[in-house]
Design a protein around this ligand. Structure first.
Ligand code: HEM
Length: 775
């Protein structure tokens, strides 16, 4: 069994945990083998296999470059990769791209999955491939090449003349040739749905491609038919290149299978120098899944959630009574407060892969903060009274309670990508730097039709907040651009280098849209942070954390008071955020020394603004309809930059509105507006991005001096231009599906290069159309 955790854990789940409970569905569009997800006559499993060969085929063993490195994504337009199959294959894999599942590993995993789904052998799958950042050049074998050229090309890839024959015979058992791509080989109108198969079984991994060739019955269009006249019968040229000696050895199904297992593994293991592949991956017998600690009010216990996943291939799920989870406290001992350091979990669901099944046993374990948790072992209790103990190969399964991503107080607004992350760090560690690292996919503006997003990374220092017992709150914010924020991964860490503690690889899409407040936390005592003891058992009553009513406000400078007027704005009260959206969407800011005055200064171009969570500031000209006024005492957080003022609280806005005393003349020039015309373009409105893609994807640029005029002139050759997020310019002749008109208020961001203009917002385009181009 592998030792947990491992760098391959995410890929392990993608390739083995396919269907059923928590199934990752990586096989969805290739099961059954004959599935034609991209249209009739196009076997998806065949497209996956061919895509891997095309990615590898530019490898150069002499320079040790290329191989399975996902360079295919940059080469789609170079003429060597005919057909839509490569793009749709990469597009499917892109859903699984993450810092722990490279596109190159996904391409290799696609070979494993396609072959297995079609009844072929288990191809040992090693991992650790690294994605290229540019194309790998040309050199994919083409049907018209001569045998000499084929041999040179395969030699460059690292394959002997015999292996060339073998790997081609193993690839050309699935799918076939399409008249849309090769009309001179498959004349239009011939074949089935525009395809002639390589053998009579286009959707089975069998050796018919060989036997039908050998016995002379092959309809393979690369052996017989029009390709012969024009010397494009490449399978004939390849198979016949050693007088049929190699193919004759492959007429036995067993021999074919084992040759294909070896030679297809060789194909996916071609990698550039510097890449070190792991051992072939096998599924865990016992795997902890989604382990998460969460501090629960009043701060004296942590809730551990997650699953123990049991591989039930060899231990039948029906034979399992339950699973015992036995843990050690923070110092490795067996004192776990009032609990017994043990928890029984019962089966909740089952998943299956090609060759395995898995049972999931959910955990919900209350861990006292005072004693904490450091590791656990798993005991699988069988119905016959026996049990099997799993201790992670003698290491126990490790858990960290020094830092945790506190999910209820973290949130993501997927529409705008606005991410708020709250972490809890044990007080004895809080002198070390606390960081958040977010990795997120960013669409590549569809250069040459590349459907694979780039993976960007942002590191943000987290700022210290309140304390609760033995833990200190930290928080950070980030607006994730690109519209794919749900696929972002979040890691929070405390400390540096190898000794750092992390809660890593948390999926942003699993966070809620609203950060709920944690009641009972309080400003940290200045005495320092050494106490690791739990807070006193007396809970503060809810009213104790409310601000005093205005009439009884004390003069003490450390007690916040309500401010009825700030500059030209008056207090409207305490308001909730919208449901799943920000109440104010004109502009937003977050920083640690926030005061009501500085928030107001940020928002002088708007009629409304509000401060939230002590350090966030939002502006807008109207409130989202789902925001409602709540009791003023909800807004009980002091401003981070001025403890005498209230700045809302979690999900609560200290809301201010403009008054008649607002000096209109001094701000009028800075009030942005939606320009009705820009050059040859007319304003259309505020538009969303398309579903999973850019609304305008044909050209783009971004910079800090963006104006509507600059974008208009950049998009001069197109029907539409749109500016997004203040600084991004997009052009296109059509709006991609899923892009719809949004309320004008949404486009509330000023242009980076001209504050008098509006330039969209996150996921919102300030959209213009060429005059006269409309219908
Ligand atoms: C001399 C070497 C090769 C040549 C000239 C060649 C050429 C071709 C051509 C012309 C097609 C038709 C594409 C279409 O119409 O969509 C094709 C399809 C295919 N090739 Fe190759 N190929 C070679 C080697 C390989 C190898 C080594 C593999 C994988 C191990 C492979 C896997 C496939 C698969 C699976 C298809 C079917 C794709 C589909 O049905 O969509 N080929 N090949």
């Amino acid at each position: 069994d592998p030792t947990w955790p491992a760098a391959t854990d995410e890929m392990e789940e993608i390739i083995f945990q396919l269907q059923g409970f928590r199934g990752r569905l990586f096989n969805d569009i290739i099961s059954p083998c004959g599935n034609e997800a991209a249209g009739l006559g196009r076997v998806t499993a065949a497209e996956w296999l061919r895509a891997a060969f095309h990615d590898m085929a530019t490898a150069n063993k002499y320079f040790q470059t290329g191989g399975i490195d996902a360079s295919l994504q940059f080469e789609l337009g170079n003429g060597e990769h005919t057909g839509p199959g490569h793009a749709s294959t990469l597009q499917f894999y892109a859903n699984y791209l993450s810092p722990r599942s490279s596109m190159a590993d996904l391409i290799a995993a696609g070979v494993y999955a396609a072959v297995r789904s079609c009844g072929g052998p288990v191809i040992p799958l090693r991992l650790g491939r690294v994605d290229a950042t540019t194309g790998g050049g040309v050199g994919v074998p083409q049907p018209q090449n001569s045998v000499v050229t084929f041999r040179q090309q395969f030699d460059r890839m690292g394959f002997t003349p015999t292996e060339m024959i073998q790997v081609t015979a193993c690839g050309h058992t699935l799918g076939g040739v399409h008249s849309a791509e090769f009309p001179d080989i498959v004349p239009v109108g011939s074949g089935v749905n525009g395809q002639i198969g390589f053998d009579t079984t286009v959707s089975a991994f069998d050796n018919n491609v060989v036997t039908e060739y050998v016995d002379g019955t092959a309809a393979n269009p690369l052996v017989t038919g029009p390709s012969v006249q024009i010397s494009r019968h490449s399978d004939f040229k390849v198979f016949n290149s050693d007088g049929n000696e190699t193919v004759n050895t492959m007429t036995s199904p067993e021999v074919y299978r084992s040759i294909c297992q070896a030679v297809l593994q060789k194909m996916i293991d071609v990698v550039p120098s510097g890449v070190v592949l792991t051992d072939p991956i096998v599924p865990y017998t016992i795997k902890p899944v989604d382990m998460q600690l969460t501090l629960v009010t009043p701060g004296t216990s942590l809730l551990l959630t997650g699953f123990v996943r049991v591989r039930t291939t060899h231990i039948p799920v029906d034979a399992i009574e339950n699973v015992a989870f036995e843990w050690k406290n923070r110092s490795g001992g067996n004192a776990c407060g009032s609990s017994s350091c043990s928890h029984i979990a019962n089966l909740q669901g089952v998943a299956r892969g090609f060759d395995d099944t898995f049972g999931f046993f959910p955990l919900s374990v209350s861990v006292p903060v005072a004693t904490g948790i450091s590791s656990f072992i798993v005991k699988v209790n069988l119905k016959d009274g026996s049990s099997q103990i799993f201790d992670n190969n003698g290491n126990s399964y490790p858990l960290v309670d020094g830092i945790l991503l506190q999910k209820p107080q973290s949130c993501l607004l997927q529409g705008t990508g606005a991410l708020t992350v709250t972490a809890l760090v044990r007080n004895d560690l809080s002198d070390f730097p606390v960081r958040m690292e977010v990795s997120y996919p960013m669409p590549r503006n569809a250069i040459n039709g590349n459907p694979v997003p780039a993976l960007n990374q942002e590191k943000v220092a987290m700022s210290k907040g309140d304390c609760i017992g033995a833990y200190t709150f930290y928080s950070a914010q980030l607006t994730i651009p690109g519209g794919l924020s749900h696929n972002a991964r979040i890691t929070v860490s405390v400390g540096e280098g190898l000794s750092a503690l992390v809660d890593d690889f948390n999926q942003a899409g699993a966070l809620g849209g609203t950060c709920s407040p944690f009641s009972g936390s309080a400003a940290c005592s200045t005495a320092g942070s050494s106490s690791a003891s739990p807070p006193s058992t007396t809970r503060s009553t809810p009213t104790a954390s409310l601000p005093p009513p205005p009439s009884t406000v004390l003069a003490s400078p450390t007690v916040p008071t309500l401010k009825p007027i700030v500059g030209g704005y008056r207090l409207l009260g305490c308001w909730t955020e919208g449901t799943g959206v920000r109440a104010l969407r004109g502009a937003s800011f977050a920083y640690d020394d926030m005061t009501l005055e500085s928030c107001m200064e940020n928002c002088t171009a708007f009629d409304l603004w509000g401060a939230e969570y002590g350090r966030e500031c939002y502006c807008g000209n109207s409130m989202d309809g789902t925001s409602v006024q709540t009791t003023q005492s909800d807004c009980n957080m002091p401003c981070s930059g001025d403890a005498t003022e209230f700045c809302g609280s979690g999900n609560r806005l200290e809301l201010y509105s403009t008054t008649a005393t607002r000096p209109v003349s001094s701000t009028a020039s800075a009030v942005p507006f939606h320009k009705p015309t820009v050059g040859a373009f007319d304003f259309v409105g505020c538009q969303t991005e398309a579903s999973g893609a850019r609304a305008l994807g044909q050209a783009s640029f971004a910079d800090g001096a963006m104006t509507l005029e600059r974008c208009a002139s950049f998009c001069d050759a197109f029907v539409y231009f749109g500016v997004e997020y203040g600084r991004e310019c997009y052009c296109g002749d059509v709006l991609q599906t899923g892009s719809v008109q949004a309320v004008l208020e949404d486009c509330g961001m000023r242009c980076a290069g001209d504050v008098s203009q509006f330039c969209g917002a996150g996921n919102r385009l300030e959209l213009y159309q060429r005059r006269g181009a409309g219908v």
